[in-house]
Structure formats: C-alpha cells, structure tokens
Design a protein around this ligand. Structure first.
Ligand code: RI2
Length: 327
C-alpha cells in the first residue's frame, strides 16, 4: 500500500486510542486524507488515486465500530473518485481531495455547535444528569447549558476498562460543572437521583439502535426501569448507511490486558477474558437522538441516512459502500 509516514502515525494513534471518540477519530481521518493529498508526490492521476486509496484502506483498518470513520473516508473519496471518473487532472484531483477534507471538517465543527444548542434546550436548571464514557457531543451540550446559566449537576461513570469517565469529570470540572465520579456498576444505585441520561454514539443503525461504549445498554435499561429519559447525542455522520441493506455494525473487541494485568493473565492461563468495547442499545430504550438536523425519535434514523445518501446519489453511495466492505 502507498501512503505517507505521517498517515501511518495518525492510523497508529487511532488504533492505540491516543486519538479516540467517534468525532475526534472522524476529524483525524479527514485531516489525514487532506494531508496525504497536500503532500502527495504522485505524478499521474492513477498514481494519486492508488495513494489515496491505500491511505483510505489503512485508516479503515484502525478501529471497526465508529461509523464516523468510514463516513469521513467516504465523504472525501466519493468526491475524488467522481472527479477521477470525469478525467480530472492531477492538480484537480488533489484540489478536490483537499477541499472535500476541509469541507468535512467544517461540517463536523458546525454540527457540534448546533448539537450543543439543540441539546441544551432539553436541560433545565436543577437537572442531575448521568453520562457514560467521554463524548465530545455530550460535553458540548452540558457546557452550553452551563453557559446559559443553568444550574446542573453531573454524575459520570468511570467507564472501565480505560477510564474515559475521568476525562469527562475533568472536562466538566474545568467548565465549573459539579461532577461526581462513580464506578460503572453503581449506575442503577444512583438512578433514583437522575433526571436525564445523556450519552454519545459511535454508530446509529437504520432502526435507531445505538452503538456506544460498553455499559450504555445497561444504563439505558436501568433508566427505563426508573422512567428516566435517555438522550443520545449523535452527529449525522455517525449514522450507518450499511445498516439499511442489512449489515451489522461490528463490535470492536480489545486486548485482555485492558481488563487484567499481564502477570495475572500469565499466572492463570486458563482464565479467558472478553473485552468488547461497545454494546447495542435497542431503540425502545432511547427517547430521543439529538442530531445537527434536529431532535428525532430513534425510529426516524432511517430518514437521516436517506437524506445523507441523497446528497451524492444512491448508486454512487452504495457503490462506495461495497468498496469499503470489501477492503
Ligand atoms: P464523540 C467513544 O468511543 C465513546 O463511546 C463515546 O460515547 C463515543 O466515542 C462518541 O464520542 P471510544 O473512542 O464523538 O472512547 O461524541 O472507544 O466525541
């Protein structure tokens, strides 16, 4: 595969979760493709396409669950491939890739601002909110609510095994929001005190099921039992077009060493460890999904996917979907 050392660095950072969270991953991917196009030494359109294609496939191999990753790649590559089919010159191809990367980043940043505004309307002074893991979309909503002068409290789960909940607690504390850190298994214990649950998403399926950090579905279950409303903050680039043709979202399983130390695992080789990073919350356990296009019931996820597809045309979109699946 042809691609630059810089792109490999970004791919490694995503794999090792130094860059993490569905949105930061999507941003990093769009930036990496833009950089690849800017610094490409290709001397023909064919060579350029091979290089961009190699870069896209390497990025695609990093983490399987966050749909924002293939969606960011698709956004750039669909435009580049369409220009290539129209016999664009090398310079035109390079320009198309750079502009598409920048346009994707612009949309990501705009989406976050809109979600913060729309989501904050669902919060009232006095609310105690439970959140799980570390979602930049949820942090944006909570800090916007605080900026509007709403008096809120947050309970954040620590989020085993990688403790992203500590990041959430730090970011909220820095924003002046009172925050209590709890172990994941205490979520139901505290549910009586919770007014609303806010979580992010790594992927949304066409039936409205939400894939998010493992543990989200148990929290949603406890919330439903206690009649606490569950809100999911998800930009439209987290919606999975593949799911409308029956594909399942792949759940990443990470190393056992994230769960137990190596010496323990070596001492007890007969103990097996499972470490799925995400789980699926069915639409019945979700009240609303907050997107930059508006707040929707989970059952309307299909409409969001349809409108994304219609922007480039169904045939092209699905062609590239197949290409991504085959890689
Ligand atoms: P934003 C994270 O996954 C969490 O599951 C979080 O809820 C989700 O991405 C969305 O994050 P991981 O990369 O896009 O920590 O809202 O495994 O930042």
């Amino acid at each position: 595969m042809h691609f630059s050392a810089k792109l490999e660095e970004i791919a490694k950072a995503i794999e090792e979760m130094r860059i993490r969270g569905a949105t930061p991953i999507a941003r990093a991917v769009a930036e990496a493709l833009t950089l690849e196009a800017e610094e490409s030494r290709a001397s023909t359109p064919d060579e350029f396409i091979r290089e961009m294609d190699g870069a896209a496939r390497r990025l695609l191999s990093t983490r399987p669950t966050a749909v924002s990753l293939p969606n960011a790649i698709r956004f750039v590559m669909l435009r580049v491939l369409s220009a290539y089919r129209n016999e664009a010159s090398l310079d035109e191809l390079r320009k198309t890739a750079i502009e598409a990367g920048r346009e994707f980043l612009r949309r990501v940043d705009e989406a976050k601002k809109v979600i913060a505004k729309i989501g904050s309307r669902r919060i009232v002074s006095g609310d105690t909110i439970l959140t799980h893991c570390n979602s930049s979309a949820v942090i944006a909503i909570l800090t916007e609510a605080k900026r509007q002068g709403k008096d809120i409290k947050v309970i954040a789960t620590e989020t085993r095994p990688k403790f992203q909940g500590r990041l959430t607690a730090m970011q909220l504390a820095e924003a002046g929001i009172p925050v209590t850190l709890i172990v994941d298994s205490a979520a139901r214990f505290f549910m009586k005190k919770i007014d609303k649950v806010f979580v992010g998403a790594d992927a949304v399926a066409s039936n409205g099921a939400v894939v998010n950090k493992v543990g989200t579905s148990m929290i949603a279950l406890a919330a439903k039992e206690a009649r606490v409303r569950v809100f999911v903050a998800a930009e439209t680039y987290k919606f999975s077009p593949e799911t409308i043709i029956g594909e399942l979202i792949k759940i990443e399983e990470r190393s056992p060493e994230e769960v137990a130390p190596r010496d323990f695992l070596e001492r007890y080789p007969s103990i097996s460890v499972r470490n799925p990073s995400f789980d699926v919350t069915p639409p019945d356990y979700i009240d609303l999904i907050i997107t930059e296009k508006g707040v929707i019931p989970p059952q309307a996820a299909y409409l969001i996917i349809q409108s994304e597809i219609s922007e480039v045309g169904y045939e092209d979109y699905m062609k590239y979907t197949t290409y991504l699946e085959e890689s």
